[in-house]
Design a protein around this ligand. Structure first.
Ligand SMILES: [Zn+2]
Ligand SMILES: [Zn+2]
Length: 271
């Protein structure tokens, strides 16, 4: 992306994305700088002596509009691409367009930062506790993560889909956050399952106990699932539609408008 001075250009030339005020026949841009030199600044209260002095105020203003979800400003920012040529009257001097580019880059980074949360059945609904079923689950998790390319995976580490996703993400060197319902929640598992769990857990980059209290309760399992949903941007579910913890988690995810991908149909082909 670059910034050019539109002086001498035909007004509203489609080769540039004009970012200035209404001037010289150019149509005012939603990204224009509302702070002018020689006027008392509505943001900082000072009198800015030249246009460059308004840039910090413009930066604070633009960041605020993005945070406030200003749809007009966001639409203008989102319409920009790496090839856009921004137009203003300031270049070669520093310009509010430089701030527009900074904020556009930040938005792109956020868009590319995908955190996947997972929820799904335990092995009893997936074909059993055997290694073959588990390995197929891991293969499915790997296929999903290769496609979606998340920067982080959050899993509740239950037996079945949760742990398969942990292993799949680790295999692809994707950082894993283990969200555990309470300390000792694995205490009733068979020895082999406990040692497998321990080995996966040691490889996770983050470990969180959603409740510190050690006593079992179904509510704590659901609180852990909510914790996962609240912290991801995409929930990958392995959900057959039956009632239970996964159903409740999927319903919660819908209630908070979380983007969701149910890979049950793929699993039926996979298994
Ligand atoms: Zn100011
Ligand atoms: Zn400018």
């Amino acid at each position: 992306m670059k910034v050019v001075n539109v002086k001498g250009m035909k007004a509203n030339d489609p080769a540039v994305t004009y970012c200035g005020r209404s001037f010289g026949g150019w149509v005012e841009s939603p990204l224009h700088n509302p702070f002018r030199k020689g006027q008392k600044c509505q943001r900082c209260g000072k009198l800015h002596g030249n246009p460059q002095d308004t840039i910090p105020c413009y930066r604070a203003y633009l960041q605020e509009q993005v945070l406030l979800n200003n749809q007009v400003i966001l639409a203008a920012l989102n319409s920009l691409t790496e090839d856009s040529v921004l137009g203003c009257w300031c270049k070669p001097n520093p310009c509010h367009c430089d701030v527009v580019i900074e904020e556009w880059r930040k938005l792109q980074e956020l868009k590319n930062y995908l955190v996947i949360g997972v929820t799904g059945h335990r092995p009893d609904k997936l074909g059993g506790y055997d290694d073959q079923t588990y390995n197929r689950l891991v293969d499915l998790a790997v296929a999903v993560f290769k496609l979606k390319k998340p920067q982080k995976v959050i899993t509740g580490m239950a037996l079945g889909w949760d742990q398969a996703c942990c292993e799949g993400a680790l295999r692809l060197k994707i950082p894993v956050c283990a969200a555990l319902p309470f300390p000792g929640f694995d205490s009733k598992w068979p020895d082999a399952a406990v040692s497998k769990f321990g080995s996966l857990l040691r490889q996770c980059s983050e470990r969180v106990w959603v409740s510190e209290d050690k006593t079992y309760s179904a509510k704590k399992l659901f609180d852990r699932n909510k914790w996962v949903v609240d912290r991801c941007s995409l929930l990958v579910a392995l959900y057959d539609g039956s009632m239970g913890g996964t159903h409740n988690t999927v319903e919660y995810a819908k209630s908070v408008d979380r983007e969701m991908l149910n890979v049950w149909k793929s699993w039926e082909k996979f298994k």
